[in-house]
Design a protein around this ligand. Structure first.
Ligand code: PLP
Length: 428
């Protein structure tokens, strides 16, 4: 393909870097998602809303570190807090600190949690939340949804099975996200064996597919009816509304899990919720669960995460930022109307789908089964790189604070240009 050939000739240093990396990293990579064929683009620097690759090309960063990069690459408050913390407090202190309890208090207030505990990643936060739910209920099974992504070892891709539910050891996977009747049936079926139901209020990695309010409320009700713990994974979605998406939709989860930008750009995870459930992690209680982790309360993430939420991503900024994201998505959808490109998402998180005709809304990964046009998706990715836009190959945009409006305009124009250039392939 011509676009791929141009990519190879434009990026000799990324190519050489990949050759070097495969000598020590399987596939030259340590984050599977970032692998792209024929080789991934290797970045060397980020500043403000931009990143630069090894070969010196500059891109507008629309990847936003898969939503963890909310603050952009050089927010002055994030930078100064990082440097001040480093010089006044140091790294990790091997002790409890006031910094973790300040961040905890802020997380509790913002996301309506009675108690919270810190971890290093969203994956860990979910694993600990599940362990807590199992301990609390004395049950084992966990109901999840296909298309759900809760971390590296908690991934449930859509569209791989013929049945409506899949039994994966301790996990029962409901095949269609947003299908309430199906979900209710599965949860009731697992019944008294069900320790928890774990769900995203919008599937993020699964394609930015929002969960309907009725669906989520119904799942919550079914979960409570069988006496299981209702866990909403807000690792990706907590940025979508001041108190997180669950609160915005009127949900009352027993536990929520958090991560990404809440560490200010450093590794971070947290889980919290009702006091009664979180008490399973209280070391003063006989028979409680241990929750350890050398870096759980590392000073840098605690202080920078705290400053970011308090001073930068205030409730007001959160509302304005997501409204801007919504308008951006609407403009993109308008430009792409009647074409093979569809946009999904909510607020500052946007999914791009290149598909054959899909009737109605995209409500779950299975709606796209057998309809995806990976050839167009890849062509788009290569050509957007040439236009100076860094997007994920699979089609995901996480906006960052501080991206100039003119740059978003430029992207809308580039999408329009792509559609015009490839009219015969793009028009339905
Ligand atoms: N949960 C959701 C909804 C996510 O989107 C992610 C990461 O993308 C995770 C959990 C895992 O977080 P981490 O990559 O920090 O382990």
């Amino acid at each position: 393909q011509a676009a791929e050939a141009r990519f190879v000739s434009n990026n000799p240093l990324s190519n050489a870097q990949h050759d070097l990396a495969v000598g020590t990293l399987p596939g030259g990579n340590t984050r599977t998602l970032l692998h792209t064929s024929p080789f991934p683009l290797s970045m060397k620097q980020g500043k403000e809303a931009y990143v630069w690759d090894l070969d010196g090309h500059k891109y507008l960063d629309l990847v936003g570190e898969l939503s963890a990069g909310l603050y952009g690459h050089s927010h002055p408050i994030i930078h100064s807090t990082l440097l001040t913390t480093l010089s006044t407090t140091g790294l990790s202190l091997g002790a409890t600190t006031p910094h973790e309890s300040s961040h905890a208090a802020q997380l509790c207030a913002r996301f309506s949690l009675a108690r919270v505990r810190m971890a290093n990643t969203g994956t860990e936060a979910n694993l600990h939340a599940l362990a807590g739910a199992r301990h609390y209920t004395g049950r084992r099974k966990v109901v999840v949804f296909s298309g759900g992504y809760h971390g590296a070892v908690l991934s449930f891709p859509a569209g791989r099975a013929a049945e409506n539910t899949v039994d994966r050891g301790d996990f029962v996977v409901v095949r269609r996200y947003n299908d309430l009747a199906l979900a209710q049936g599965v949860i009731e079926g697992v019944g008294e064996g069900c320790a928890a139901v774990l769900v995203e209020a919008m599937q993020g990695a699964g394609g930015c597919i929002p969960g309907g309010r009725e669906f989520l409320l119904g799942v919550q009700e079914a979960t409570k009816k069988v006496g299981a713990v209702f866990i909403v994974d807000e690792v990706m979605t907590s940025r979508l509304a001041p108190g997180g998406l669950a609160q915005e939709l009127g949900l009352e989860p027993d536990l929520v899990t958090l991560g990404k930008y809440l560490g200010g750009g450093l590794a971070f995870g947290a889980f919290g919720g009702r006091e009664e459930v979180m008490r399973v992690y209280d070391p003063r209680v006989e028979g409680s669960l241990a929750h350890s982790g050398t870096f759980n309360n590392n000073t840098l993430a605690m202080c920078v995460g705290y400053a970011g939420l308090r001073e930068v991503f205030t409730e007001e900024v959160c509302v304005g930022f997501n409204a801007k994201g919504g308008r951006f998505r609407e403009r993109l959808a308008e430009v792409a109307q009647g074409t093979r490109l569809r946009f999904t998402g909510r607020g500052s998180l946007i999914g791009l789908h290149f598909t054959e005709e899909v009737e109605g809304e995209i409500t779950c990964g299975e709606d796209l089964e057998g309809k995806e046009r990976r050839d167009l998706r890849d062509l788009f990715w290569f050509e957007m790189l040439e236009e100076g836009f860094w997007t994920t190959r699979r089609g995901f945009i996480a906006m960052m604070l501080g991206t100039p409006d003119e740059e978003l305009d430029r992207f809308v124009e580039a999408v329009k240009g792509f559609i015009e250039k490839h009219r015969e392939l793009m028009i339905l």
